[in-house]
Ligand binder design. Structure first.
Ligand SMILES: [Zn+2]
Length: 363
C-alpha cells in the first residue's frame, strides 16, 4: 500500500531531501533506555517495546518534541536469531509505537534493520537475506514511510540489506558504522558509499561507533567517493553523542569505558550545534544521532539549523538559543553567560583530576 496522498498527507523523505530541506533524525534508544532500566546491555535487544511500551513511547515523544523529523522503529537486532519466537511481536509493537508518536507531529516512521550476528561466521547470503526479509515484511505490513539499513561494519552485508529493503519499493537509507579507515575488510568509506548507491540506496552515510568529528571525516570520504564516480545520493550522518578521538578502527566498543563508563565523553549541546553546522556545510541534509545522543542533542541540531529550516522545535520553548534563558538568572556572573561566545568557546572540565583525557583502546 502506498503512503496516503492528498491534502494533509506528509511529505515523503525523498521529497523533503530533493527539495533541499534539512531532515533531522532521532537519537539514542538502546544506551538511553539501558540507563533508564529498560534494556539489558550485552545482546542489546529491544523487548522494551512490548515489556515497557510507555518507556519507549516517552523517548519517541521526547525526540519528536526536540525536533526529530524521523522516528525510527525500535527494532535494532529484533531478529529471529536474537529474539526467537518474540521477534514478530517486537517488530509489530515497535512500528505501532513509532507511528502513534510520529502522527502527533509531521514526523516520518523509518523501519530499521541492522547487521546480523551471523555474517562474521557464515557469509550465507540466502540465510542472512531471509532474516532481513522477515523484518521487512512486518515493516511493509505496518506501512512505515521508508527504510533504514544501519550499523553495518561489513560492506557486503550492508549491500545485501539494501537489496532486500529495495524489494518493497520504499525509499532506502543505508548507514555503516565505520570510521575513516573503512569497513572491517579495508573497503574505504568512498567505495562503501558507491556500492550502497549502486545497490539502490537513496540515502547513504554513517551511524554509531564514532563521535561527531570522526563521523564527519568519514562522511567527507564517502562524499568524495561518490563524486569521483559521478553517482548521486543524499547524505546522512547519525554519530555517537560521545567524543571518541582515541578510537581505533572498531570505534567506541573498543574503548575501555564502553559501555558503562562513557559519561565523561558526552558531547555538550554546543558541540552538537557545531556538528550540525559542519554537517550542513558538508552538504549533509539528513542529520541525527545514535548511541548517547539524547533529546537535548537533537534539539541542538534543530536550533543550529533553525535559520535554514525557518522554525524552532517545541522543546526550544524551554531553552532559548545560546543560553538566552539565563538573562533571567538572579546571579550576575551567570546572567553574563547568556551569550553565544561564552558557550561556543567553553572547554568543559571533566571534574576527574586523575582521568586521562584519552584512553588506550583494548583492541
Ligand atoms: Zn549507536
Amino acid at each position: 500500500m502506498a503512503p496516503a496522498e492528498g491534502p494533509g498527507a506528509k511529505k515523503g523523505i525523498l521529497d523533503r531531501l530533493d527539495s533541499g530541506e534539512v531532515v533531522i533524525g532521532d537519537g539514542s534508544f538502546l544506551l538511553t533506555l539501558e540507563k533508564r532500566g529498560f534494556v539489558k546491555a550485552g545482546l542489546w535487544t529491544p523487548e522494551a517495546v512490548v515489556e515497557h511500551p510507555n518507556a519507549v513511547r516517552q523517548l519517541h515523544m521526547e525526540f519528536l518534541r526536540a525536533g526529530a523529523d524521523v522516528l525510527q522503529t525500535f527494532t535494532f537486532s529484533a531478529t529471529e536469531d536474537n529474539l526467537e519466537s518474540k521477534w514478530e511481536d517486537v517488530n509489530e509493537a515497535a512500528c505501532d509505537l513509532a507511528r502513534e508518536v510520529a502522527d502527533r507531529g509531521d514526523a516520518l516512521v523509518a523501519g530499521g534493520i541492522c547487521e546480523t550476528s551471523l555474517y562474521k561466521y557464515h557469509k550465507d547470503e540466502a540465510r542472512i537475506k531471509n532474516i532481513f526479509r522477515l523484518q521487512l515484511e512486518v515493516f511493509a505490513r505496518k506501512n512505515v514511510d521508508f527504510l533504514i539499513a544501519e550499523y553495518f561494519e561489513h560492506m557486503e552485508e550492508a549491500v545485501w540489506a539494501v537489496e532486500v529493503l529495495k524489494e518493497v519499493g520504499k525509499p532506502v537509507a543505508a548507514t555503516m558504522c565505520i570510521g575513516p579507515e573503512g569497513d572491517m575488510h579495508g573497503v574505504t568509506p568512498g567505495e562503501c558509499a558507491v556500492k550502497l548507491v549502486q545497490a539502490g540506496a537513496n540515502i547513504v552515510g554513517v551511524n554509531c561507533r564514532f563521535g561527531p568529528w570522526t563521523s564527519l571525516q568519514t562522511m567527507k570520504l564517502m562524499k568524495e567517493g561518490l563524486r569521483a564516480t559521478g553517482l548521486q545520493a543524499h547524505l546522512m550522518v547519525q554519530s555517537l553523542g560521545f567524543h571518541t578521538p582515541d578510537c581505533g578502527k572498531g570505534g567506541f566498543v573498543d574503548l575501555p569505558e564502553y559501555p558503562f563508563g562513557l559519561e565523561p565523553r558526552v558531547a555538550t549541546r554546543w558541540d552538537i550545534q557545531k556538528y550540525a553546522r559542519e554537517a550542513y556545510n558538508l552538504g549533509i541534509r539528513y542529520i541525527g544521532g545514535c548511541c548517547g545522543f539524547e533529546p537535548y542533542h537533537i534539539r541542538a541540531i534543530a536550533e543550529e539549523l533553525a535559520p535554514e529550516r525557518g522554525f524552532f522545535p517545541p522543546a526550544s520553548e524551554k531553552h532559548g538559543s545560546w543560553g538566552s534563558g539565563l538573562t533571567m538568572h538572579t546571579k550576575p556572573w551567570i546572567r553574563a553567560r547568556a551569550r553565544r561566545e561564552y558557550w561556543e568557546n567553553l572547554h568543559p572540565a571533566s571534574g576527574r583530576p586523575f582521568c586521562p583525557s584519552l584512553s588506550k583502546p583494548d583492541v
